[in-house]
Design a protein around this ligand. Structure first.
Ligand code: HEM
Length: 453
């Protein structure tokens, strides 16, 4: 059967705008919008969007729909083979206008919105410093600092962990991974959160002065590592096991240049690391705590890991599956938007013209009952190894996440350190592991931690 795409009616276009486009904008293009996230979750807008897309697929009898997102002609892809083809093609780029404008307000030279040779150069640099796809050379040091921060997190005087505690944990670990363990910058974390919140407001002019002050601090860290390499024997040499140190070395060697926009890359890492560590540790713990069997199995797995080392973390298969399920169920980047750089034909029949957009709804694909059956809305870590679901959590292809391996390692290190010494009880929100809601208001998560040994 020939693969075809149908254009939706004006009424259905309006419904897509209300249930898909508007919630994505209101959630926050760059950082989650604190006052609105609880409302969007309470109104179950993500669940309603999934139901609408399933209905349109039935109504139009196809899995490729022409819509407008928000106003530009956009091909909506609702099936994994098409998604793989789009993400695997170099005829498109991950820098559509809306995303470029929002991200550039926080990180002007970010890899994800770069093009052409600049993208190639910045990608090489990111892959080098982040050690994409390989164990990170500083993983032992990272593992130790995560364990210390996890111990501090679990030692909350009330024994109850709330979002503010996870936020502090994320800031602490991210800063130590990026700048090194000897250079805490609490004020910079507040500064970053302010810039990220303002980046959502694409219609306003960028806050130039505040922005420059943030990047001045990153330059100062780079200078610190450039001026005092540890080989100099200086007593005050900064420790080498951090991302800024490796970046400074690449600048000194000439493998990174001004066009690499190194401070921008560092600003991006700091932002995503802070966010990812707080969000995914809190949400994965919440799911594990809601599922007695999963918590028991994680504890058994941790019990067999003789000494919890960086290498030991890689062997925690069940914990890895819990993390994967959390990322599937509450996909952090649910919309993968692409801009066609040149014409191409999808699945042999659907012509996409230059500058048209393609939207892969990863959040929908990750919970599609037509493909996943009863498992779609279940937290089912036991099913991950046997029947992996199509997964676009880190995107795929040329512009897939360059920090995937590092992010997964740090998250698993943190979860392992917390779960090895504590049993968690979920106080809020109420979750039934057999029917996980589409949205999660992470600002409202509360967990009680009880020491177990
Ligand atoms: C669980 C945490 C994370 C998730 C789910 C995630 C997900 C993603 C996704 C979906 C993309 C592609 C976006 C698009 O196509 O529009 C992406 C790109 C990227 N991510 Fe991540 N990410 C995570 C953590 C990190 C971390 C910690 C870093 C770095 C320290 C990082 C660095 C990058 C970079 C540099 C890109 C741009 C790649 C390119 O365009 O070539 N990510 N990430």
């Amino acid at each position: 059967m020939a693969i075809q795409a149908r254009k939706v009616s004006p009424w259905d276009w309006l419904r897509v705008q209300v249930l898909v486009t508007a919630p994505a904008l209101l959630w926050g293009l760059v950082a989650p919008n604190r006052p609105l996230v609880p409302l969007l979750v309470r109104w179950n807008l993500a669940g309603r969007a999934a139901r609408l897309l399933a209905e349109l697929r039935r109504k139009y009898g196809c899995e490729h729909l022409w819509v407008r997102f928000p106003l530009r002609r956009t091909l909506l892809v609702l099936e994994p083979a098409g998604a793989d083809e789009v993400l695997g093609s170099d005829a498109n780029a991950a820098d559509p206008d809306l995303k470029r404008r929002a991200v550039a307000r926080l990180v002007p030279g970010a890899l994800t919105i770069s093009r052409g040779d600049e993208w190639k150069d910045r990608r090489r640099f990111n892959e080098g410093v982040l050690a994409s796809g390989a164990p990170h050379p500083h993983r032992d040091a990272f593992h130790d600092l995560v364990a210390r921060a996890a111990a501090a997190l679990a030692a909350a005087p009330s024994g109850i962990l709330r979002w503010a505690d996870f936020e502090t944990f994320g800031q602490r670990v991210a800063q130590q991974v990026v700048f090194g363990p000897d250079a805490p910058e609490p004020a910079l974390a507040v500064h970053l959160a302010r810039l990220a919140a303002r980046a959502n407001l694409v219609v306003l002019p960028p806050p130039a002065h505040d922005h420059a002050a943030f990047y001045d601090r990153i330059d100062a860290h780079l200078d610190r590592h450039r001026r005092a390499p540890p080989s100099s024997g200086s007593q005050r040499a900064p420790p080498p096991g951090c991302l800024v140190h490796d970046s400074a070395r690449r600048l000194a060697e000439g493998s990174a240049a001004a066009a690499t926009r190194v401070p921008s890359q560092i600003g991006f890492w700091l932002f995503v690391l802070t966010d990812a560590l707080a969000l995914h540790v809190a949400r994965t713990l919440a799911l594990i705590a809601a599922h007695d069997g999963a918590q028991q199995r994680v504890r058994e797995e941790l019990g067999t890991a003789a000494v919890l080392t960086a290498t030991g973390v890689d062997e925690l298969g069940f914990l890895d599956a819990c993390l994967t399920e959390q990322l599937r169920l509450w996909t952090p980047v649910p919309l993968l938007l692409r801009r066609a750089e040149r014409p191409f034909t999808l699945r042999g029949g659907i012509a996409v013209r230059t500058e048209e957009q393609i939207l892969i709804h990863a959040g929908f694909l990750h919970r599609d009952p037509a493909r996943l059956g009863a498992r779609a809305d279940r937290f089912a870590p036991e099913a991950v190894a046997g029947a992996p679901a199509p997964l676009y959590v880190f995107s795929a292809g040329r512009q897939a996440c360059a920090g995937q391996a590092l992010a997964r390692f740090l998250l698993k290190s943190a979860l392992a350190a917390l779960l090895a010494r504590h049993r968690f009880e979920l106080l809020a929100p109420a979750l039934d592991p057999g029917r996980i809601p589409h949205g999660c208001n992470h600002f409202g998560i509360a967990l009680r931690a009880r020491p177990v040994r």
